[in-house]
Design a protein. Structure first.
Length: 485
């Protein structure tokens, strides 16, 4: 537990986000495997606050349902009318008070649309707030271009914040300031509650501004300070799809950099996309054009890509996966997948097994060393060890109403163009002939042949297709054969 554990974190997530031009509430738009508000909640949780409350408003039913899924312990408070940031925080504190919470210490206020904000920066904010004995501490950032932002004006002697001046109200000297307000604050809880009761609405928007609290506590003789974020990009808020894409790129770069510094080779970071929940072991290699999503894990020495998308998939050590789509699959150590394979949920590919070119698998357990090399569908099946499934084989698992299971034993050799009509079992060491439709169980060590006898009808082309190219070719071949005799 942190020595500067907050009494509460309040997440502001009530806005409509009209510039997103979307039926989805802004804070539910996703990047790198989490919603905007999900990223903020995850960072806030790392502070181990006594209470965490999210202020919801626009699309509140959707937002509340989402929050209940990602963090069941979270509390929400409804801001029925968006009357400003100060009003939103007051709604949140009233919700906590109504639940019997007595806040004593620090309240951190964050914005629900700042997905790049890290727990480390929030901890820095809390540490600065405690060390400087501030009533309010603003998270600020020094940006290359401060146009449009509120400027942080400091006392030169003490470093205390004396004002936050909006761009439109700033003097020429103030507009030269590069330190800006992020909209993230740490407050003394008791002073915050008192000051929120004094915030006025006599402004152009008729709203309660949270920033007015700074002036109120400063006039009461308390210190207002600032903590500067190490990377100004962390405070970027998302207001439209362009900014969403930029934040996604920045977060993706951060995740890939972390992976590379931990011993992962990413051949082309610009074309590689990962979610925050993806895990790597050292010496994994990720080739260009690859997406790793959800709870995917890449083992040591494994190679994934190029042009692959893996979702909730575990790739074992030393496995090779190329030009593949996989979802909810497990790929064993040293296995080989692709190119152009599709592993659907429930696929469990054993060590050193192979799912080759144009192979699709679903709900299938494939034993060690077993190969399904080409052009096949394996669904609802169990295949033992070191078996070879011939090309163009189909596991016929659906009878139009229900799915059925096929079992193929170990050390089997099945012919090309086989159909296994489930439910059916192929015993250990059995063989099946090419072109067979297997509808009955095959005992261990047997050869199953399930195809019609071949019958050649001599002269059929000449009689049925006289004068055709085929007839002429056949006639020429016949003459050539007779001439050789």
């Amino acid at each position: 537990m942190s020595a500067n554990r907050p009494a509460a974190v309040v997440v502001l997530a009530a806005g409509e986000g009209t510039r997103m031009k979307s039926a989805t509430p802004k804070v539910l738009h996703a990047l790198c495997g989490r919603s905007l508000v999900g990223h903020v909640v995850a960072a806030s949780r790392e502070l181990d606050p006594e209470h965490l409350v999210v202020i919801v408003g626009h699309g509140r039913d959707q937002v509340q349902a989402h929050l209940a899924e990602v963090d069941p312990a979270i509390r929400t408070a409804v801001q029925h009318e968006q009357n400003g940031t100060g009003h939103a925080v007051r709604v949140g504190l009233e919700e906590l008070a109504g639940q019997g919470a007595v806040l004593d210490g620090t309240v951190v206020v964050v914005c629900g649309d700042t997905p790049l904000l890290t727990a480390e920066t929030l901890k820095q904010l809390g540490d600065t707030h405690a060390a400087d004995k501030n009533a309010v501490t603003v998270l600020s950032a020094e940006v290359p271009d401060s146009t449009g932002y509120g400027r942080i004006v400091r006392d030169e002697a003490s470093g205390a914040v004396t004002a936050i001046v909006e761009h439109k109200d700033a003097s020429a000297e103030q507009r030269a300031i590069r330190e800006i307000n992020s909209g993230v604050f740490a407050f003394d809880a008791k002073l915050l509650v008192d000051a929120l009761g004094k915030v006025r609405t006599d402004n152009s928007q008729g709203e309660e501004y949270l920033t007015d609290v700074l002036g109120i506590v400063r006039e009461a003789g308390h210190r207002v300070g600032a903590a500067v974020a190490g990377d100004h990009r962390e405070i970027l808020g998302i207001n439209n799809r362009v900014q969403l894409a930029e934040a996604r790129r920045l977060l993706n770069e951060r995740l890939l950099e972390r992976a590379m510094l931990a011993g992962v080779t990413v051949v082309d970071p610009a074309s590689t996309w990962v979610d925050v929940s993806v895990e790597f072991e050292p010496d994994a290699v990720v080739h260009p054009g690859t997406q790793l999503l959800g709870a995917t894990r890449i083992g040591g020495g494994a190679e994934v890509g190029p042009q692959s998308r893996l979702t909730d998939t575990a790739v074992g050590a030393g496995a090779v996966v190329s030009f593949t789509v996989a979802e909810g699959a497990r790929i064993g150590d040293g296995a080989n997948v692709g190119p152009y394979a599709y592993l659907r949920p429930g696929t469990d590919l054993g060590p050193k097994a192979k799912a080759g070119t144009y192979v699709e698998m679903k709900n299938a357990s494939i034993g060690e060393g077993t190969k399904v090399p080409h052009l096949s569908y394996v669904g609802d099946a169990t295949i033992g060890e070191y078996t070879n499934i011939g090309a163009a084989s189909i596991f016929v698992n659906y009878d139009g109403e229900a799915k059925h299971h096929t079992t193929v034993g170990s050390h089997c050799k099945t012919g090309s163009d086989n159909m296994f009509v489930a439910p059916v079992t192929i015993g250990d060491g059995a063989y099946t002939a090419a072109g067979s439709v297997i509808t009955k169980d095959v005992p261990p060590g047997s050869l199953a042949v399930a195809r019609g006898q071949q019958r050649n009808i001599e002269g059929w082309v000449a009689r049925k297709r006289p004068g055709s190219a085929a007839a002429q070719a056949a006639s020429a071949a016949r003459q050539e054969s007779e001439g050789e005799q």
